[in-house]
Design a protein around this ligand. Structure first.
Ligand code: UT7
Length: 366
């Protein structure tokens, strides 16, 4: 039997999608974009996406997904990491308030900004924090409300992005277990930082009202250039993480890539050599949800597809920065839960609910 080493194990999976579904037909009916259902489906694989109601924030979705992941794991988190491009506010980070609303007490909590690669980066960081003894039950949440930063008049982004949140709760374990993180590959190339960007609002170009205009306040993506980079970087990173894990591509039983574009996903999987039967995703129904994309696809696959627990699995992501990353993982046993379709905002969360602690922090690792 191969030697087993300590690592992090996916112990719980949760998701939260806002209930409002926006179909391609609705996008075209709005009449502000020259596009068609046929174009969007054939060029991206997207048929519909979810949109948070006005007033519902990234943190609200993150709380619901985090609560579902805790329920799936049947234990409380002792650290909260929120990967997001759309934090509730520019300052402070969203994670501390999410931890507070989950009733977790004074646990470490911070945001991670790696755009669409944020969740993969987050799992990598949380794995290192478990291995170094900083925490035992980190909750890694990918959460986004891109509807707040997408220009409704921009064809390159308005038809693609959607809102949502997904989360995993990790625990210490070993590399032989279902759910174990086996290897990680991360990378970046800041030379491409302008390819996916919001021009104003940071320290380089503060968003004084005089400067704020349509061209600089919204999220922009140079679609065609990003397309090529996404295929190349995810394919190379996937190969690197498989090499690190010592796995052959044909031994991979589940592949989940960042749900950016179905054609990109197919090219990446073709390049690595993953058969169609082992490719999983939900881009048709949720579009591109950036940092929430991988955990939402993981949750969807765990819920609807019979992947064998322990099966060799590959997660790969690419996003603004440019950033990319991949994880070799044994498919988890955890059931994915979406327990909170009724999303509460910070204002409507009752104080008593914030303090409720239905599960004790378990100290066992089984
Ligand atoms: O999440 C972070 C990473 N993101 C990505 O990886 C996304 C990468 N990029 C993409 O997914 C694709 O580039 C897009 C979906 C953004 C665009 O698809 P494309 O196949 O690259 O289209 P294109 O820009 O090459 O344009 C092809 C044609 C053009 O028309 P002509 O010049 O051939 O007449 C465009 O004007 O499609 C036209 N077009 C559209 N037509 C209808 C571009 N966008 C649209 C649209 N509806 N929304």
């Amino acid at each position: 039997m191969a030697q087993q080493s300590p690592t992090a194990v996916v112990h719980g999976i949760g998701a939260c999608l806002p209930p409002r579904v926006v179909s391609n037909d609705e996008v075209t009916r709005r009449g502000v974009l020259e596009t068609t259902d046929q174009w969007i489906r054939s060029r991206t694989g997207i048929a519909r996406r979810r949109q948070a109601d006005e007033g519902v924030s990234t943190g609200d979705l993150a709380v619901a997904a985090g609560r579902a992941a805790e329920a799936s794991a049947r234990c409380r988190a002792d650290l909260v990491l929120v990967a997001t491009t759309t934090p509730d506010r520019r300052c402070p980070a969203t994670a501390p308030e999410v931890a507070h609303r989950l009733g977790l007490g004074p646990v470490p909590a911070f945001d991670l900004a790696a755009v669409c690669s944020g969740f993969v980066y987050g799992v990598a960081v949380a794995t290192a924090l478990i291995k170094s003894g900083v925490c035992e039950r980190p909750l890694v949440i990918g959460a986004e409300t891109y509807s707040t930063i997408v220009d409704p008049l921009d064809r390159d982004t308005a038809v693609i992005f959607g809102d949502g949140a997904g989360a995993v709760l990790l625990r210490p374990g070993h590399t032989g277990e279902a759910g174990a993180v086996i290897a990680v590959d991360l990378g970046s190339d800041g030379a491409g930082s302008d390819l996916i960007a919001i021009a104003a609002g940071g320290s380089r170009r503060p968003d004084t009202s005089a400067r704020l205009d349509r061209g600089t306040r919204y999220f922009r993506m140079q679609g065609r250039e990003v397309y090529g980079q996404a295929v190349r970087r995810m394919a190379e990173s996937s190969q690197a993480v498989l090499d690190r894990a010592g796995w052959q591509p044909e031994s991979v039983g589940a592949f989940i890539g960042h749900q950016a574009n179905q054609r990109i996903l197919d090219s990446v999987a073709d390049r690595i050599g993953i058969p169609a039967a082992y490719r999983h995703g939900n881009i048709r129904d949720v579009g591109n949800t950036a940092a929430a994309s991988i955990p939402l696809a993981l949750a969807d696959t765990a819920r609807h597809t019979a992947v064998r627990p322990g099966a060799r699995s590959l997660l790969t992501a690419f996003g603004g920065g440019l950033t990319w990353g991949s994880i070799a993982l044994r498919w988890p046993e955890a059931r994915s839960l979406n327990r909170d379709p009724e999303i509460r905002t910070a204002e409507t969360t009752p104080r008593s609910a914030r303090r409720k602690q239905p599960w004790k922090l378990s100290t066992t690792t089984s």
